[in-house]
Design a binder for this molecule. Structure first.
Ligand SMILES: NC(=O)C1=CN([C@@H]2O[C@H](COP(=O)(O)OP(=O)(O)OC[C@H]3O[C@@H](n4cnc5c(N)ncnc54)[C@H](O)[C@@H]3O)[C@@H](O)[C@H]2O)C=CC1
Ligand SMILES: O=C([O-])CC(=O)C(=O)O
Length: 327
């Protein structure tokens, strides 16, 4: 067994929290040889419910759970943490877009960015799940002057996994047969799920499906999947979101497979013509706890148009929250 690492989860008594904590504590995120100390943050009125979750965590007797800190103090929650999963935020209801949550949720992420900057490990890996995830990640990053901006990422992995699942179903393959899917841009209905570089059992995906299915079914189904879940369940996706968060952090910490990549919302750096200043979904390969954008992919006019549309939305979201950035 390695020495324990500290993993913060905010919104720990919420529905994603309930699906997430037990996976992390069981070793699914960082491995069966990596003990974790969970730092759980909630708002004060949710502390009694959080205590119940802590009781259940203890009752699982997980070999990899080395301790639990439960608190409503952000400075305690982020003290010395190696990983931070920022989940705590309001979910949307039917008929809302995720950016409608900006006003309600944006204010949560400025103090959390500052607290991470003040208290977390200098190489902390931060994943923002709370919506609108990309722009909330930007707010946290812009309030964390003493951390590397690359510490801040947003979750588009659920979209990535949804794309794998839709393509697997269409082609009669298993998701594990599919490589090199990309979610470009925002975790919103403008996201662009790109299969131009994707292979299914080694064959080009674009040779296995027709363009009309790709443009008129696949892309909108992936873009609208969150809304479809809300309609069906009466609540937004929780178990699949938690699973994607585990996948995102595991890929970042433990590396991606040779010949494949994953999608992460990360600070744009000019790659693929996306100017710095937004948290944008990119194809990334990871190694030794660091991610790098996969470079040199050919981008056709169909893709370019969609990548620009989702970038435009992110820049509009940025403009709406710049007052929350630290001066
Ligand atoms: N990026 C993605 O792919 C996905 C993102 N989401 C988003 O994740 C967020 C959480 O979703 P659920 O767990 O379903 O919501 P929920 O309402 O069940 O839980 C949210 C929890 O956060 C807590 N909270 C609120 N403000 C907080 C603060 N300042 N500090 C700490 N905790 C705080 C609440 O008390 C609540 O327990 C929502 O914004 C939702 O839209 C959901 C699914 C996928
Ligand atoms: O759709 C929502 O509001 C929840 C979410 O982000 C998703 O399921 O992708």
């Amino acid at each position: 067994m390695k020495s324990p690492v500290r993993v913060a989860v905010t919104g720990a008594a919420g529905q994603i929290g309930y699906a997430l904590l037990f996976r992390i504590a069981a070793g699914d995120m960082l491995g069966a040889d990596q003990p974790v100390i969970l730092h759980l943050l909630e708002i004060t009125p949710a502390l009694p419910a959080l205590q119940g979750v802590v009781m259940e965590l203890n009752d699982c007797a997980f070999p990899t759970l080395a301790g639990v800190v439960a608190t409503d103090d952000v400075n305690v929650a982020f003290k010395d943490v190696d990983y931070a999963l920022l989940v705590g935020a309001r979910p949307r209801g039917p008929g809302m877009e995720r950016k409608d949550l900006l006003e309600a949720n944006g204010a949560i992420f400025a103090p959390q960015g500052k607290a991470l900057s003040d208290h977390a490990k200098r190489d902390v890996k931060v994943l923002v799940v709370g919506n609108p995830a990309n722009t909330n990640a930007l707010i946290a990053q812009q309030n964390a002057p003493s951390l590397d901006p690359k510490c801040f990422t947003a979750m588009v992995r659920l979209d990535h996994n949804r794309a794998l699942s839709q393509l697997a179903e269409k082609t009669g393959a298993h998701t594990t047969d599919i490589k090199k899917v990309t979610i470009w841009g925002n975790h919103s209905s403008t996201q662009y799920p790109d299969i131009h570089h994707t292979t299914v059992k080694g064959k080009a995906a674009t040779d296995l499906i027709d363009q009309a299915w790709y443009a008129d079914t696949f892309i909108p189904v992936v873009q609208q999947r969150g809304a479809a879940i809300i309609k069906a369940r009466g609540a937004s996706s929780a178990a699949s979101a938690a699973s994607a968060a585990v996948d995102h952090m595991r890929s970042w910490a433990l590396g991606t497979a040779e010949g494949d990549w994953v999608s992460m919302g990360i600070p744009s750096d000019g790659s693929y013509g996306i100017a710095p200043g937004v948290i944008y979904g990119y194809p990334v390969a990871t190694k030794g706890g660091k991610y790098e954008i996969v470079q040199g992919l050919e981008i056709n006019a169909f893709s370019r148009e969609r990548m620009a549309a989702t970038e435009k939305e992110l820049r509009e979201e940025r403009a709406a929250v710049e007052h929350l950035f630290a001066k």
